[in-house]
Every structure is written in structure tokens, then in C-alpha cells.
Design a protein around this ligand. Sequence first.
Ligand code: MLT
Length: 323
Amino acid sequence: MRIRFALILIALFLPVSGAHAAWPERPITMIVPFAAGGPTDVVARIVAEPMSRTLGQQIVVENVAGAGGTTGTIRAAQATPDGYTLEMGHMGTHGAAPALYPNLKYDPVKDFAPVGLAAGTPILIVAKKGFPAKDFKEFVAYLKANGDKLNEAHAGVGSVSFTTCAFFNSLVGAKPTRVVYRGTGPALNDLVSGQVDYMCDQIVNLVPQIQAGTIRAYAVALPQRSPALPDVPTTKEGGLPEFQVSAWNAIFAPKGTPPEVVAKLSGALQKALEDEGTKKRLLELGADLSDKAARTPEGLRKLVESEVSRWNKSLKSAGVTAQ
Ligand code: MLT
């Protein structure tokens, strides 16, 4: 009797696991919920390449921008859970968005199968070249006095740039005109050309422009300076220690994606992040690769749960809304 029962179990189980052993059999789409050329796109394209090599199928980035990243994230949450649609989400789409969108059409925890953290992305406060302030202290003083005459760029409600600068503006008491873009890639172009005055953005989008001197970096919102930009002081050095925030980018699959497929994806991501060339490219752009625990599906789930509750509290206490 027991042997027969065991055989049924095996028979029941065998087709399921077998079914996914051949995955992937065709290219995989990775949704980036912002415009091409921005920080999320940069991180996605850097890890997609070595992951494609490991998986033996191309990971194709598709930019689906809009509504601070929630448009692309809804698309990912509703995609067929067969392992062929992924998303490079981040601290905004899978952390802050629930606090800013009362009727958000996805749940960052329940509607996704987390794959793993790709990179931590420290936040910089940058301004157009020639901004009338010689250092961060003067920058904050100028914002306090003239904030309502300034244009601040961001990538939509719930994005990292929107959320972190809303927090920053509330701390310094600045009320700039908040100019929305489909991503901080296009926003950066307008900062370089001086059409907007400042923004809070992820370091991986900014290092080349800062090194080229086409924009001005006032401070990094980290406890210590970034090794990629040793000349840029911290907000603490600049007299605003309470503004310390870092973003992150991570890969998600839709809920219901087979665990074996998620395991293969997570394995490919972790292998990519151990690859010397990939590490070098990310570290040169100031990415933080220290959080290895969140590189696993379970580790990322914990990160998302804690980020959703953290941003819920801090945005509410700072009185930050979608307006
Ligand atoms: C982007 O890739 O454009 C950014 O992640 C936007 C943001 O969240 O600020």
C-alpha cells in the first residue's frame, strides 16, 4: 500500500518539475518601468548581459515608463507567470508607491515572486552647472530662500527621485516647482542643459556627468562618502545628517512563477554579481553591492516588506503626499 502511494506521489510530481527543466526555451523580457538611459535601465542592462549568458537565452529589456514606474510594474504583476516576463523594480515601485497611491493596482509583496537584489543605489543631490551655491550648506540656504523660484526634476509620483526629494524638500522647507519626466535619464538631459535646477537621483545615473563636470554634485545621502565620488561630501558633512537615504534595484517575477524557474533566475543573478567585469562596471558607477542577503528570493521578500512599512511611516510623518 505504502509503495503504491509513493508511486502515485512521484507520478503526480514528475510532470510538474519536468515541465520547467527546459526553461528558458526562448528570450526573456525584462520590464524597466522608466525611460531608457536612466539608473534602473543602466542596472538592468548591466546584469541582463551576464544572466543571459548563464541562462542561454537573451534577456531583452523593454522600457514601459509612466506614473512613477507603476505602469510598468502593473504590466509585470499581470504578466503570465511562466518565467518569460520579469521586472527590474526598485525602492519606489516596491517600497514607496503604496504610501503614495491609495488605489495602487498591485501589492509589492503579494503580487510578485522576488528573484533578488541587483544593486544598492545611493542618492545624490545634484544641480545644474553654475547653480549659485559653492557648497551644500549654501545650496540648502539658497533653497530655503528661493525654493519657490526653482524647478526640481523627478520621474513621477512614487519614483525614487520623487520620493527622496519630497523628503529632502520637506526637511529644508523648500517648495520648488516639481517637473515630471518619464525617467531620470531624460531629466538628466534637461539638468545638463540647465532647463531644470536640481534633482535627487541614483548615483549610477550621474557619475559620468559629474566626472565630466556637466552637472554639480552637492552631497551624497550616505553616512560615508562614495568610493566612486570621493570628492563629494556627505549630507552629514554638509550639516543635514537627517537626510540619509539609499535606493535599490531588484528583479521580480509575477506571482505564481514556478519556484524552480525563480531559483534558476536567482542563481543566474547571483553568478552575474560575482562576475568581476559586472562588479567592476557597477562599482565604478557607485553602486553598493554589500547587501548579499537580499540577493536571494527570501532576502528580497524581507527587504520589500520592511521598505513598504518604512516608507509608509516616513512619508506620512513628513507629510509627503502625491500632490
Ligand atoms: C529611472 O530609472 O529613471 C529612475 O529609477 C527613476 C526614479 O525612480 O527616480
